[in-house]
Design a protein around this ligand. Structure first.
Ligand code: NAD
Length: 338
């Protein structure tokens, strides 16, 4: 019933209940054995309402509000907790083309950089740190500040090079650990209980036996590149020729041994982006991996830094999630009609 109640009529107790409910759903979703109580669209609607209530009544905001950090992951007792050198954030979401266009209009007003449009791969985020050209650490997103050190499992994931070519020394590569469609079909035959790619990938990354991790046929798809500190903790050195844009980074990571999104495009207008969205949505079931939307990012790295971040997500990017017809109706009725 709180799904439809006008925000202005909410009591503080109702806000409190909704915020804690979202936190509870986060805990379930990000646990090692997730079994969501509600659909993603319902979850996003609830979170969206908490966010808007907090704008309306900032005095009510609870200290541990789910709007203030990316997801929630219970630290795992089987792995060491590691602090990320820079936060690992979530992404702002749009479900309607109108909202996607609004995002592009805002971005165009603030920056002249083109936009890089990529596939949104359905899996679990992982950050790799390379020092002196060697894989040093692989850490899950966790709560965005601290994650689990799963390095010993990461080396059993396809598409994670242990060494980089000479001259590529201290870098951070973030990406999605997923299971390719053909591997998932094989896996389902071996493990009858498996039904969901994201949950299987998330669960496999947290297994304690690296041989079992290898048997789950995980694949890493890189989508983010940054410079890392040196082995002695020294500041990142901006090497000559280091990519200055997202599209350049996606190109350059391939010869280093990474897989990147199989399809992406640099766009200048909403029309071009929507064309890509429609095209991908049509071919979605024949893509090599499960894709749940597209991600639009400012292409130029300097323009990204200039635009900055909230506690939860970069201001220069948005995930446009695909919805089936059923969900589109729900979204129109519930999320955007208050
Ligand atoms: P998300 O998974 O929707 O989007 C952010 C993530 O997308 C990033 O962290 C990154 O790992 C991934 N990603 C994939 N391809 C990418 C690319 N090309 N570039 C950049 N990032 C890319 O967000 P989230 O914060 O991990 O999860 C929130 C979502 O999870 C919600 O929107 C909801 O759909 C779902 N959820 C559902 C429930 C529930 O109870 N049903 C509960 C919690 C969360």
């Amino acid at each position: 019933e709180l799904d439809r109640k006008p925000l202005a009529d909410f009591t503080r107790e109702e806000y409190d209940w909704l915020a804690r409910k979202v936190k509870h759903l986060d805990q379930l979703y990000y646990s090692d054995n997730p079994d969501p109580e509600v659909s993603d669209v319902q979850y996003d609607n609830m979170l969206n309402r908490v966010e808007r209530l907090e704008k309306l009544r900032p005095e009510w905001i609870i200290a541990d509000s789910p709007t203030n950090r990316p997801g929630y992951a219970e630290p795992s007792k089987n792995f060491m907790q590691v602090e990320h050198a820079r936060p690992m954030l979530s992404l702002a979401k749009t479900y309607s083309e109108r909202d996607l266009e609004a995002f592009v209009t805002r971005i165009e007003d603030e920056s002249s950089s083109p936009l890089c449009v990529e596939l949104k791969i359905d899996g679990v985020a992982l950050r790799l740190t390379y020092r002196n050209g060697e894989l040093y650490q692989a850490v899950t997103r966790g709560d965005g500040t601290f994650g689990d050190d799963v390095t010993r499992n990461a080396i059993r994931v396809q598409g994670i090079p242990k060494n980089l070519p000479t001259g590529v020394d201290n870098i951070e590569v973030s990406g999605e650990v997923c299971i390719l469609r053909e591997d998932f079909e094989l896996l389902k035959k071996e493990h009858k209980s498996i039904s969901n790619v994201r949950n299987s990938a998330a669960g496999a990354l947290k297994l304690t036996d690296p041989d079992m991790v290898a048997a789950r046929r995980l694949t890493f798809i890189a989508y983010d590149l940054a410079l890392a500190r040196g082995l002695d903790g020294s500041d990142p050195i901006v090497a000559r020729g280091f990519p200055t844009s997202q599209s350049e980074a996606l190109h350059r990571m391939i010869p280093w041994g990474f897989n990147t999104s199989t399809e992406w495009r640099v766009c200048r207008t909403s029309q071009e982006i929507l064309h890509f969205v429609h095209e991908i949505n049509k071919r979605r079931s024949s893509l090599p991996m499960e894709v749940d939307g597209i991600v639009v990012k400012l292409d130029d790295f300097q323009a990204q830094e200039d635009m900055g971040y909230t506690n939860k997500s970069p201001k220069w990017a948005v995930a446009h999630k695909f919805t089936n017809l059923q969900s589109i109706t729900t979204v129109k009725d519930v999320v955007f009609q208050v």
